[in-house]
Design a protein around this ligand. Structure first.
Ligand code: PEP
Length: 262
C-alpha cells in the first residue's frame, strides 16, 4: 500500500488576510506547485479561507480549516459547519487539536461527532491525538492513544480511513521547541496503526496516513519521514514563515517503500 506524504500547516489564530495572501504568493514562487509527489495543505483562519481559495484555484496547494461543527447547519451562533467549509473551497479540516481539547473542552465523543459530519460533507478530516507530558511519564501513552483512537474514530467504515488522516501530536511537544525523537514518533505511530488495524482491519490501517506534529522544524523532516509509520507532518510555528514552510515541504527524504512516489 502506497501512502503519499501529507504536510499540513496549522496557522492557528495568526495572520491578517494580507499576510495570508503574501505567504501563498511566496510559497508558490518558491515552487510549491511543482511538488507532485506529496500533498501540501494550508489550514488557515476562517477569515482568510474564501480569499485563499480564490488564489489557490489553479494550485496544487490544498486549503483546510482548523475546526468544524458537528452539524451541517443550525442555531449554533459563531460556529462553522463542514458544508460551509466545503462551500468556500476547503478540502481538509483539523479536528480535535489539543488546544481545542484544552481550551474548548472538546472530548473524544465530540471529536467522533465532528469526524462523522466532516466525512459526510466530503472533507478530509485530520484527527489529532497525543498524550500529555505527565501521561508519558506515567507510561500511559498507549492507554491514552488507544482511548482517543477508539472513541474518537468510532464506527467508521474501513474505506473511510483512506479519506482521512490522524496526527500524532504529543502535547508536550506542541509549541515547546521539544520535538519527539524520530524513534518516539515511530513507536507511537506504529501503535496507533495497530489500534486501527485491530478495529478496522489491516488493509484500512495501511491506507491511513499518520502525521507527526510537535515543534517540527525543516531539519527534522528527513529523519521523521524516514520512519515507516510517519506519513507526513502537521506544523504550527514553523508554518508561519513561507521560507521555513518551503524547506519543510521540500524535504528530500529517502521515502520508505510505504510512501508512494506519485
Ligand atoms: C500544532 O499546532 O499542531 C503544532 C504542532 O504546533 P508547533 O509545530 O508549533 O509545535
Amino acid at each position: 500500500m502506497k501512502r503519499q506524504p501529507l504536510i499540513v500547516a496549522n496557522w492557528k489564530m495568526h495572520k491578517q488576510l494580507k499576510e495570508a495572501l503574501e505567504f501563498v504568493r511566496e510559497l508558490r514562487r518558491l515552487g510549491a506547485d511543482q511538488l507532485r509527489d506529496r500533498t501540501v495543505v494550508l489550514c488557515a483562519p476562517a477569515t482568510a479561507l474564501l480569499a485563499l481559495s480564490e488564489v489557490l484555484k489553479d494550485s496544487a496547494i490544498r486549503l483546510g480549516a482548523q475546526n468544524a461543527h458537528w452539524e451541517q447547519a443550525g442555531a449554533f451562533t459563531g460556529e462553522i459547519s463542514p458544508t460551509q467549509l466545503l462551500d468556500v473551497g476547503c478540502s481538509y479540516v483539523i479536528l480535535g487539536h489539543s488546544e481545542r481539547r484544552e481550551h474548548f473542552a472538546e472530548t473524544d465523543d465530540r471529536v467522533r461527532q465532528k469526524l462523522r459530519a466532516a466525512l459526510c460533507a466530503g472533507l478530509h478530516p485530520i484527527v489529532c491525538v497525543g498524550e500529555r507530558g505527565e501521561e508519558r511519564e506515567a507510561q500511559r501513552t498507549h492507554r491514552v492513544l488507544e482511548r482517543q483512537i477508539g472513541v474518537g474514530l468510532g464506527d467508521l467504515a474501513p474505506t473511510e480511513l483512506g479519506k482521512m488522516a490522524v496526527a500524532y501530536e504529543p502535547v508536550w511537544a506542541i509549541g515547546t521547541g521539544v520535538t519527539a525523537r524520530p524513534d518516539q514518533a515511530q513507536q507511537a505511530q506504529q501503535f496507533i496503526r495497530s489500534c486501527v488495524a485491530k478495529a478496522y482491519g489491516p488493509e484500512a490501517a495501511q491506507a491511513l496516513r499518520i502525521l507527526y506534529g510537535g515543534s517540527v522544524q525543516p531539519d527534522h523532516m528527513d529523519s521523521l519521514l524516514a520512519q515507516p509509520d510517519v506519513d507526513g507532518a502537521l506544523v504550527g510555528g514553523a508554518s508561519l514563515s513561507a521560507q521555513d514552510f518551503w524547506r519543510i515541504i521540500s524535504f528530500h527524504s529517502q521515502l520508505t517503500p510505504t510512501h508512494g512516489s506519485v
